[in-house]
Design a protein around this ligand. Sequence first.
Ligand code: IMP
Ligand code: MG
Length: 174
Amino acid sequence: MRNNIVKLYIKNEDIQEKIKDIAENISIDYKDKNPVLVCNLKGAFRFLSDLCKYIKIPITIDFIAFTSYTGISRNGDRVRIVKDLKSDIKNRDVIIIEDIIDTGFTCDFIIKYMLEMQNASSANICSLLDKKSARQIDVSVKYIGFDVENKFLVGYGLDYNEKYRELNDIMILK
Ligand code: IMP
Ligand code: MG
């Protein structure tokens, strides 16, 4: 039905296998730490949901949402919070759950926000996809699912103008 608009890029089965590996590593690295998994909405909602199925340690879950500007806003920020955390993450170990890292500005902002504004004791990024060739600012990423080409991807939570999030596979938008 949508074959003229999107092309299969990563199958859901392959996504699930990769998520199991990431969950295993998180379960080892964060044993006894009760980490807070902060899902960056909306793109990462399916990734968070599947990741939880395979994590074997106690975790706390929270959600945050940002808008990013193509330009720079008046106060110099490229990213603005539209939905803040509900829990107090002071002195907690935070894992930021992201769908895709592109320029890196969002992740850079979120890490600083968790550490400097919310006083988390640590903040690491876990992203399903990484478009390394599009990076404009250096960010260190602890867990990555797949390195991807610099193409526009949709499905499995990722959207184009709020469309295609419901697709189970990751697709290239033609
Ligand atoms: P960054 O700040 O440039 O790293 O942008 C990250 C955000 O841009 C992600 O959380 C996505 O919401 C969005 N984004 C970047 N590339 C894509 C893509 O290929 N498909 C869908 N959303 C994308
Ligand atoms: Mg996003």
